[in-house]
Design a protein around this ligand. Sequence first.
Ligand code: DLL
Length: 431
Amino acid sequence: MFERDLQLMKRDALETLQWRKLRRIVRYAYGNVPAIRRRFKAAGVEPDRVRRLEDFARVPLTTKEDFAENYPLGLLAVPREKLVRLHASSGTTGKPKVVAYTRNDLETWTRLMARLFDCAGVTAGDVVQNMYGYGLFTGGLGFHYGAERVGALVVPTGPGNTKRQLMLLKDLGATVIACTPSYGLYLGEVARAEGLDPKKDFHVRVGLFGAEPWSEEARGRVQDAFGLRAMDCYGMSELYGPGVSCECPEQDGLHTWADEFYVETIDPETEEVLGPGEEGELVVTMLNREAMPILRYRTRDLSKLDWERCACGRHHPRMARVVGRSDDMLIIGGVNVFPSQVEHVLMQVPDLAETYQILVTQEVLDKLHVRVELAPDRSALTEAKTAAVRKRTEEDLRSVLGIHASVELVKHGALPRSEGKAKRIVDVRTL
Ligand code: DLL
């Protein structure tokens, strides 16, 4: 096991370690980042007064807007000469969020990614086809260095060129694939269209999927297509990238590495800290970040935490599959709708494929419209059968969402595919 002692640390020891690191990082951030110091002063919080865990709730939250206001590198705690890498992700204002790493940061991140592979059961001898984007996106390089650290053989294809991906998957014998879940599903679809049987023609046993919300049903579909075990992997650029949390073979929540991250959930409206099991917005403090210390970062992702020991033996708290981003939540006629709820319904209808779009239009009232592809072998259904599938899907959506959504069934292959994060929502409301 990679870093066995840290992976198997007990809760008491983890909490003691967390608290020691928390106090240190609060002082470090305050002492080295003027923007953070100003925030503390405005909130009347002195770092030396953060003496008990309860005091930590008074530490000001960091938001995406802080990245925009301090664009590009205003949140640095070290001189530029100490930086060895930059990454970036799209921001709220059109300018990207730029994130910086020192050599120590890259080392910590690589260790966390190695833990992810280890936790998923990937070892030396495995062949990893890495289809996450290389470049400013953190997925490609994050998975790449983690795989190398556990001694696996990496095939750094990056995303796209799907037929070539399939050829390499077959010829180089990847046992592990790493990509977004929507691309994983698409890969299976193209393989079948090319006359391949992904279960027989490939040897993939583990899929490392993340970077976008996906449903339990999508997991079932991609597992069935390839005969692999699909692991959920979570992270974000501001928190190194992937590697904040990942599943173990129990597939029962994502282990959040508590020796490196202090994770809270808050009520997004009141900002009040919630207890274990209560669903809210994840707020993350990086315990060891050198270039850009991040305290109490509002991720906008909704989940809940569980500190019970996992059947795998790890005590690191588990976060539940991310329901969605609070920014992606649609409010239709006063009812909250998450794209993941729509996916959950669609993927239970066997006649439907995995690609869909959610359109929000505005007539007199806001309206929800779901466009979804028929499964490849269903494209020649009779009109009566198609009408029945549409009616069933509309009924299922109503019972889960509590509102009416009109459903349009389109031919297989009619909707755009994505090689990275899928764009599911088309909101054409003007107000
Ligand atoms: O997506 C980092 C990453 C790469 C994670 C590869 C996993 C695998 P960003 O581009 O900054 O970073 O996007 C971060 O993506 O706040 C979530 O909303 C979403 N997200 C990431 N992983 C998951 C997941 C990378 N497993 C944003 N489930 C996050 C649901 C996810 N949403």
